[in-house]
Design a protein around this ligand. Structure first.
Ligand code: MD3
Ligand code: FE
Length: 241
C-alpha cells in the first residue's frame, strides 16, 4: 500500500513526519493538526481577555502583524523598545494563563526535536492577514539562549525565511502549513528569520488569517535550587541525648 499524493479534489495530502532545517532546527509536519480545534478554542478565550493589537516599533512604526500573549511573560514593543512584560500594557493586568493544550503541545514538540525539558514562560500569538510580513530578525530578547523556541502555524500557509547567523546570508524558503510545528534551539537558536508576505486563498477554518504561536523561555532559566553544604566552621546541631 502507498499513500495517495493527492485527494479526490486534487489537493496534496497533508505532510507528516520530521524535516531537519539545521542540525538543531526541524519542522514537525502536521503535529498540531489533530488538535487544531482545541488550540483554536483556547486561543479564542485568550484573545477575549487580551485582544490582538498592533504594537509600535521603537522607531514609531505600527507593526502590520497583530499580537497578543499568554503565560507569565508577554513580548511587547513600544517607543521604549522591545521587552518581555508580566503585564498587558493595554489593561495593566497580567496576561491570560497559558492554556494546558498549548503548553503540552510545545513540550511534546521540543521533546521530538531532542530538547528534553522545555518549560516555556511566554507564548506570543501573531496574527497575519494577506500582505502582512515579518522582516528578517533574530530573537534575542530572552534571558537564556540555551532553551529552544517552538512555533505553531495555523490557518493560511506562509513562506518562512530561514537565514544564517548574519543578516547578509541569503535565507532558505520553507513552506509552513496549518498544523505544522517548528522547533529551533542550540546552534540554530540565533539564526535570522522572517515571514514573506502572506498570500493565497482564505483558510477553510480560520478565513483570511494566519496565526502563529511562539513559545519561549523568556525569563530566568529554571535551575535546580542550589544546596549549600554545611561549612566546616559552622557548629553542627547534634541530636539531644
Ligand atoms: C528561526 N514569528 O514572533 S517563530 C517572532 O511565523 C517570529 O510568526 C514567526 O519570528 C511567525 O519572533 C515564527 C519563528 C522563529 C523563532 C525563533 C527562531 C524562528 C527561528 C530562531 C532561530 C531560527
Ligand atoms: Fe522571531
Amino acid at each position: 500500500m502507498t499513500m495517495p499524493l493527492f485527494d479526490e479534489d486534487g489537493d496534496p495530502a497533508p505532510k507528516s513526519g520530521i524535516e531537519w532545517l539545521g542540525s538543531q532546527a526541524c519542522v514537525l509536519r502536521g503535529l498540531a493538526l489533530a488538535r487544531a480545534d482545541a488550540l483554536l478554542a483556547a486561543l479564542s478565550i485568550v484573545s477575549t481577555q487580551a485582544p490582538f493589537r498592533h504594537m509600535l516599533t521603537p522607531g514609531g512604526v505600527t507593526m502590520s502583524v497583530a499580537m497578543s500573549n499568554c503565560g507569565p511573560l508577554g513580548w511587547v514593543s513600544d517607543r521604549r523598545g522591545y521587552r518581555y512584560s508580566p503585564v498587558d500594557p493595554v489593561y495593566g493586568q497580567p496576561w491570560p494563563a497559558m492554556p494546558d493544550a498549548l503548553r503540552v503541545l510545545a513540550g511534546e514538540a521540543a521533546r521530538q526535536a531532542g530538547f528534553d525539558t522545555f518549560e516555556p514562560d511566554a507564548c506570543l500569538i501573531n496574527r497575519y492577514e494577506p500582505g502582512t510580513r515579518l522582516s528578517l530578525h533574530q530573537d534575542r530578547d530572552e534571558q537564556d539562549f540555551t532553551q529552544p523556541i517552538v512555533s505553531v502555524s495555523l490557518g493560511m500557509p506562509a513562506t518562512f525565511l530561514f537565514g544564517g547567523l548574519t543578516r547578509s546570508e541569503r535565507p532558505a524558503r520553507v513552506a509552513l502549513w496549518h498544523g505544522d510545528v517548528v522547533v529551533w534551539g542550540g546552534v540554530d537558536r540565533l539564526r535570522f528569520h522572517g515571514v514573506a508576505p502572506i498570500k493565497g486563498d482564505a483558510h477553510p477554518l480560520l478565513g483570511p488569517v494566519r496565526i502563529n504561536l511562539t513559545f519561549r523561555r523568556a525569563g530566568p532559566a529554571l535551575t535546580p535550587p542550589v544546596v549549600t553544604p554545611p561549612s566546616a566552621h559552622t557548629p553542627r546541631r547534634t541530636a539531644p541525648p
